[in-house]
Design a protein around this ligand. Sequence first.
Ligand code: ADP
Length: 472
Amino acid sequence: MNSLRTRLWLSYVPVVGVALGVVTLGVVWYLLRNPLVYRQALLEMRLVAAEVDARAPQIIRMDAERRRQLLQRLADSFQGRVVLLDAEGQVLADSHPEQPPFWPWPLPAGKVTFRAQGQTWLYYRRTLGAQRSLLVIRPRPRVSLLAVLTDDLLPSLVLAGALALVLALVLAWAVARWVAAPLQRMAAAAEALAHGEGSPIPIAGPDEVQTLAQAFNAMLARVQDTLRAQRDFVANVSHELKTPLTSIQGFAQALLDGTADDPESRRQAAQVIQDEAARMHRLVADLLDLARLDAGTLPLRREPIDLHALLRGVQEQLAPQSREAGVALQLEAGPALPTLIGDADRLTQVFVNLVDNALQHTPAGGEVTLRAAAHGSQVWVSVADTGPGIPPEDLPRIFERFYRVDKSRRGDRRPHAGLGLSIAAEIVRAHGGTIQAQSSPGQGSVFVVKLPTVQPDDTTLHSRRPAEKEGA
Ligand code: ADP
């Protein structure tokens, strides 16, 4: 009884009942004012009038009593009254002289009825020559309610009503099923999701339910993505920690059991331990940054930034590395760049990371160009290299955490373990900007960072969480 389907279905019963009731009332009302009976009565009255008209000369010559008798006989033939009037409406002869005249004079034009003595009368008036006229009147015929109902009408109405009810209930059942079935599927899918499984549901039913199903499928996909990302994340972190920990353990063991017994091997062992510990430290620091960027709790300063000076700083910081790699590092930026509001250290981190990646991937003799220019209310900073580029299948994923293009280089000495670009993207996003990568194999890569020069509001640079709370 409580299910949506049953309720929808049963809600049709009163609707059908009301509709049938209204139709029945309409039919009964129509029959009570039966237009056929009414027309028939008018016809009879015209016939009587025609007869009087035809015998007019004879009637006028009759003495008063015979005339009254004749008129009365004609009037009785249709249960009405026949009256001869002169031009002023004075009664010359009357089938029922004992009743005083009660009709309005002049009679309402263009009508066949008038109201008098608390009821409606039908009348017909016909002129007899220039001086006289004939008036035929009778009460409007009535049909009794009982007669209407006991006629053949009631059984056929009941039958039609029952048929309509059954048809409506069958249709209503189909409609209720159409609405409720996708909802039931959704409920089942949501329950399955709570148990860790779940599959997309087919899009069916009315528009609103389809929208809900689409939203549900989108939510399902996101939940599944999040669960997968969480599993991958734990696996990646464990993997990244395992390699340095194994090294540290191995070299510490060598120091302890005396395998590394000369000062040089001891120094080497200590160096490896220090390097690996530093790498782990770096990884943990990156993870902490990401966690705080996710939670919106990474403190970001809001201060005016001279972008030109910032980029020159990046160029200087990486100059030794570019010299070592034999790659030219150029800065192309007009001095008249608009001022940004943001955290200079964090933005430096973003550009150092991009330029560092570019230098790493550009063979000797190549070029890395750092460009900045104003575009409307944004400033675009791009880092272009002449390296091998990024394969199209990897391009959409390089901002994912722990994603590395060359998986075989997992044990390499890169400091970020595939986290560099994801941290950069989060920092840019916290500044209200976007980051994109374009690349075609063999043509180098371009990373474009677009930052707003006018901050939409003061919350942009604080954590995203408070901004969301304010919006809520
Ligand atoms: P990491 O800091 O460990 O290099 P990133 O998140 O910075 O990780 O980069 C993700 C992946 O994108 C890396 O595997 C890297 O090889 C690739 N990548 C980044 N920049 C470039 C570039 N300029 N040219 C080619 N590949 C690049």
